[in-house]
Design a binder for this molecule. Structure first.
Ligand SMILES: NC(=O)c1ccc[n+]([C@@H]2O[C@H](COP(=O)([O-])OP(=O)(O)OC[C@H]3O[C@@H](n4cnc5c(N)ncnc54)[C@H](O)[C@@H]3O)[C@@H](O)[C@H]2O)c1
Length: 293
């Protein structure tokens, strides 16, 4: 064995090549809602680590909405420019037929799925979402997108992952799903994200024996193009944060890198908060503040 390794290194050195071993070489990843924002940052990070990446979004040109600048025509092209394979699949994660069609395409194209990042989500309705009176239509929309979408994609991914006897699922919760706001507003989104966290734990318990890990992240205020464009990242909130700044998409991508790779090989059913300590000191600075997630 030592002779083979030495011979391989010698041949690489002779060709002037540097031996670089990528953490996710040969893996196939799907990131939902990755045509912009945090999802795009995760897709590009996974590609840099060696994975082929499927870009899903309900609108594959979603970056245009908030003038998020891409380095190529599409996020798929950005991934390809990093030397990886990529396809884009327009699909609504809250619709089972769309999700089933998406996984069929992935398996037809790549033959496997190793990493699923359930990122698609957000608080789409600007309304207050008071706990005692959130309208049923708002409630259904937000729970369908954030929680049902996560569950449908996880169920679809778990079929090939069980056959492979390996897989890695990472869900997007939020500190809004872990802490209670001062006023009780934003209940639709908070309840959906709390559900994502608890679903993560249930799925991890079920799928651990199949070699599949399931974890989630709970970002605080992260300056995605949408959060900046909609004025949800005022400077005073940065000062309220123990680390003295708001989060960047790369802060979340760093944790995705840890969870997606074998660095976290003995971690499952966990939620990692990424908020610079914000939720340690104060949640919801005023009754008027509308959570960005
Ligand atoms: N940015 C934050 O401060 C923050 C904080 C906590 C949690 N989060 C969570 O992180 C995730 C990404 O946040 P972001 O700030 O990048 O948001 P974003 O709105 O910029 O990105 C979400 C992406 O999901 C897509 N999408 C929406 N509905 C979809 C559907 N039904 N099917 C497929 N794709 C769909 C959108 O087109 C968009 O490209 C969300 O789940 C959000 O709740 C964000």
């Amino acid at each position: 064995m030592a002779i083979i390794i030495a011979a391989t290194l010698k041949s690489r050195l002779m060709r002037g090549a540097v031996a670089v071993f990528l953490l996710l070489e040969g893996k196939v990843a799907l990131v939902t809602g990755s045509a912009r924002g945090l999802g795009r940052a995760y897709a590009l990070r996974l590609a840099k680590l060696g994975a082929d990446v499927v870009i899903n979004d309900v609108n594959l040109r979603a970056a245009e909405e908030f003038n998020e600048r891409l380095t190529a025509a599409t996020v798929m092209d950005e991934v390809k420019n990093l030397g990886r394979r990529s396809i884009g699949i327009q699909a609504d994660v809250s619709k089972k037929a769309d999700v089933d069609g998406m996984f069929k395409k992935i398996l037809d194209e790549f033959g496997r799925i190793d990493i699923l990042v359930n990122n698609a989500g957000g608080r789409l309705r600007p309304g207050a979402g008071w706990a005692s009176s959130v309208p049923p239509d708002d409630l259904r929309l937000i729970i369908d997108l954030n929680l049902v979408g996560t569950i449908l994609c996880s169920q679809a991914a778990s079929v090939p992952m069980k056959q492979q006897k390996s897989g890695n699922i990472i869900n997007a919760s939020s500190i809004a799903g872990l802490e209670v706001s001062r006023s009780g507003r934003g209940a639709d989104y908070a309840v959906a994200k709390a559900g994502v966290y608890h679903y993560t734990r249930l799925l991890a318990a079920e799928l651990g024996p199949c070699g599949i890990r399931v974890n989630c992240i709970a970002p605080g205020i992260i300056t995605s193009s949408r959060v900046i464009a909609t004025g949800q990242a005022p400077e005073y909130l940065a000062r309220a944060c123990p680390l003295g700044r708001l989060g960047k998409p790369e802060d979340c991508a760093n944790v995705i890198e840890f969870l997606a790779s074998d660095l976290s090989g003995y971690v499952t059913g966990q939620c990692i908060t990424i908020d610079g300590g914000y939720s340690l000191t104060q949640m919801w600075p005023s009754q008027d503040y509308v959570w960005p997630g």
